[in-house]
Design a protein around this ligand. Structure first.
Ligand SMILES: NC(=O)c1ccc[n+]([C@@H]2O[C@H](COP(=O)([O-])OP(=O)(O)OC[C@H]3O[C@@H](n4cnc5c(N)ncnc54)[C@H](O)[C@@H]3O)[C@@H](O)[C@H]2O)c1
Length: 373
């Protein structure tokens, strides 16, 4: 993901009239091979395997940290302590306790902190949000959202840190994909009040890459059946996070249905927005979207279709714009509060599956959780 960020900064000029310039100045990684890739970037003048060297640099304002989940808390806290602002990666700490500590430190120190989730910056999700906010849907009947991968269906795929609880976290696939799924619902104020979770460990052993096998103990798939309170209505919201979804390489989707209309978007069909109208006749209508619908205008023509590097760049632009106070009413990155809320949901999901219960989700404020202890 560090390389992905570097690629976005490298074509910052593609953003039209963007008020803030950025330059990638320094990179830290333990791997010499990874570090040497960054040698081709002219603005980078520090490549190091010692992150303290990077944090000591006075000319660095923002640090993007893309590390295995077990390292999030320690490194995020050090970045904040060093006086830097932070673009964190999801899941924003390996568990709820870590996420709360990071949120607490950011607030105490007054740093600007946001968490990564890029898919909602595509034109499709943006139109989904505006359709919902327009009131065109009437009373909301149900919400479905998900993020689906499939490469884990290959039993010969070697183990990596994301497939081991001690590095990825007890929340498994929820930590990997869940923040992406919840970004839009949480931004719309749809904070589920309860959850019934189905969690699956399907392939429990994988090649260790050294000729042997290793235990794969993370949840592969999660289906969270939640409920959102909308003006007294108990609205079902189903959230899918799967590493084993047949044929889905990186499919992010959302569908919201109401009494008067509906809206549906999936990255599987990147430029297509589906809208539903319920009148004399019931009609699903398909529309092509292009760069015209991007959050931040770019030099790319309005009819051309965007992809992953584009929404990643838009997310970085949103981070920088919000930090500078120029985001205005545009869509912003995941806030620490939203990241912590996602952890409350995942935490309740773990209890729900362990006990086969419907769990209430008890969101608490920082004061209740940490400062009043
Ligand atoms: N936003 C997204 O779409 C997206 C996609 C994939 C991963 N992620 C998130 O990004 C983070 C990293 O995931 P990834 O897929 O890039 O992992 P990765 O394993 O590909 O990369 C992690 C890098 O960290 C380096 N590293 C490990 N320990 C280190 C240390 N102590 N100091 C310095 N460098 C160290 C490794 O050498 C490696 O290059 C995770 O939080 C993951 O959930 C986000």
């Amino acid at each position: 993901m560090g390389k992905e960020a570097a690629s976005a900064f490298g074509r910052w000029f593609a953003l039209n009239d963007f008020p803030v310039n950025v330059a990638l100045k320094a990179v830290c990684d333990l791997s010499e091979q990874v570090l040497s890739w960054y040698k081709m970037i002219p603005t980078v003048d520090l490549l190091t395997s010692d992150y303290k060297e990077l944090l000591a640099r006075a000319d660095i304002d923002i640090v993007y940290v893309a590390l295995p989940h077990n390292l999030h808390k320690e490194y995020y806290l050090e970045v904040l302590d060093a006086g830097k602002d932070l673009l964190a990666e999801k899941p924003f700490g390996i568990d709820l306790a870590a996420a709360l500590e990071i949120q607490d430190a950011a607030e105490r120190m007054g740093r600007f902190v946001r968490c990564s989730s890029e898919m909602p910056f595509l034109p499709g999700p943006q139109r989904v949000i505006s359709e919902i906010q327009s009131g065109n849907l009437g009373e909301i009947i149900e919400i479905k959202a998900g993020f689906l991968h499939s490469s884990d269906l290959d039993p010969a795929k070697p183990i990596n840190w994301k497939r081991q609880n001690k590095f990825c976290g007890e929340i498994g696939v929820m930590g990997d994909l869940g923040m992406h799924v919840l970004h839009v619902p949480l931004r719309l104020g749809w904070k589920p009040t309860q959850v019934h979770a189905q969690l699956q460990k399907i392939i429990t052993e994988r090649p260790d890459g050294k000729g042997g096998t290793a235990v794969c103990d993370t949840w592969n798939n999660a289906s969270l059946h939640t409920e959102v309170d909308m003006a007294g209505n108990r609205v079902p919201m189903t959230l899918e996070m799967k590493r084993m979804a047949a044929g889905e390489t990186n499919t992010w989707y959302i569908e919201v249905l109401g009494t008067k209309g509906g809206v549906r978007y999936s990255t599987k069909d990147t430029k297509t927005l589906w809208t539903f109208k319920c009148a004399d006749e019931q009609v699903w209508q398909r529309m092509d979207l292009g760069f015209k619908g991007m959050v931040f205008p770019t030099i790319t023509g309005g009819i051309f279709e965007p992809g992953f590097p584009d929404c990643f760049m838009q997310m970085l632009a949103a981070y920088v714009a919000e930090r500078e106070g120029v985001l205005k009413d545009k869509f912003g990155c995941v806030t620490p509060e939203e990241a912590v809320a996602s952890h409350y949901i995942f935490d309740a999901a773990l209890s729900s599956f362990a006990n086969n219960t419907v769990e209430k989700i008890n969101y608490r404020t920082l004061n209740e959780e940490i400062r009043n202890k």
